[in-house]
Design a protein around this ligand. Structure first.
Ligand code: FMN
Length: 207
């Protein structure tokens, strides 16, 4: 599928086929493709819970204001921003850059110091913002990765983060950013036309 076509075709699906499941191999391929998303200093702060069991979907649904698509979709990706992404991922990221000849070890150490400045201390607002910002970009990539495998999606911000964290026993270092329901459109439903988008003239200013 062409990229332009994928952007035009992506819709938030409200009615999923409850019988048709995404197989595990496809889920892994989708996540691998999604992981090519860009991130600040390539620090990849996202963590994902892929909820597929009926029991866990019920738990998630109650934390998501009982939105039916949570249990009707084949899988729901819970996207989390990990506030400790710097400490966890910087060595792997810079190590890879050294290995691939982008920089030597000394330069990597300088870069590590700069990264801490740019991303702030573990409890800083900078850290929090970066975790959410980069995980959101991963979310968009995940929706297109799904489409590349013929899987439809629906992003959701409508959930109670406190309840979600409590129900899934998540640490305070993980911020729930977004849910993405994924699966196949119910054969009994057809999509209504896409709701109006603002035009570039409404939101763009050329300077
Ligand atoms: C961050 C985010 C949060 C959203 N939260 C919800 C939600 O909780 N429930 C819902 O039904 N739709 C939710 N949506 C879907 C939007 O309503 C939908 O994207 C919008 O109406 C445009 O429709 P389209 O995606 O089909 O183009 C959300 C979308 C985004 C990007």
């Amino acid at each position: 599928m062409e990229l332009k076509q994928a952007i035009e075709q992506r819709r938030s699906i409200n009615f999923f086929d409850t019988e048709k499941k995404i197989d595990t191999d496809t889920i892994n391929k989708i996540l691998e493709l999604a992981s090519l998303a860009p991130s600040s200093m390539n620090l990849q702060p996202w963590k994902v819970l892929t909820v597929v069991s009926d029991e866990k979907k019920e738990l998630l649904k109650s934390a998501a204001f009982n939105q039916p698509k949570v249990t009707e979709a084949s899988a729901v990706f819970v996207l989390l921003g990990d506030l400790d992404y710097m400490e966890k991922n910087i060595d792997a990221t810079l190590g890879s850059m050294v290995e691939l000849g982008y920089m030597d070890k000394d330069a990597a150490e300088v870069m590590a110091g700069k990264a801490l400045g740019a991303h702030g201390a573990p409890d800083s607002e900078k850290r929090y913002k970066n975790a959410i910002l980069n995980t959101s970009i991963f979310g968009m990539n995940l929706m297109y990765a799904c489409l590349a495998y013929g899987v439809e999606t629906h992003p959701m911000g409508g959930f109670d983060p406190k309840e979600l964290k409590a129900k899934f026993g998540l640490s305070n270092r993980l911020i729930p950013v977004m849910l993405i329901a994924a699966g196949y459109l119910s054969p009994e439903k057809t999509l209504k036309p896409r709701v109006k988008r603002l035009l570039p003239k409404d939101f763009n200013h050329i300077l």
